[in-house]
Design a protein around this ligand. Sequence first.
Ligand SMILES: [Fe+2]
Length: 147
Amino acid sequence: MTDILNMLQAPGPAMKDILVKASESNWVPTDPNGKAFIKVLWTCAESGGWAVMHKWKKGYVAPPHKHLGAIHAFIVSGKLQLREHTIETGDYMYEPNGIIHESTEALEDTIHLNIADGPILFFDDEKITGYGSWEQMYRVQQRGKDL
Ligand SMILES: [Fe+2]
């Protein structure tokens, strides 16, 4: 190893890239009506972050939620209605930590990439109904291996 590589090398265990062949992994159904699926690409226990692909069929409506960590969203294909925004193929949206999103509707069959910094809190008109975090995404990823 050259001197510059020795100097730049991170201390501790050898670091490795994580390559996910997303085309070879399974879509895991997440909606009882068969309109929403997830492919989990990555989860991180240390940071609480995750990266997933969502596939929503036209007409799927995602429930209201509050972000407890920011999300970077990229529309691979399709079209979503998110409050006043129509976001479609090629669009990127940054959803900041703390923002509240009312229902989000798939106007077309849509695939979108989400890179999340932290959990999501779901609610209805009266109460908190659940949350999503790297832990749930990890479990979904494990379920996908058995499909
Ligand atoms: Fe959101």
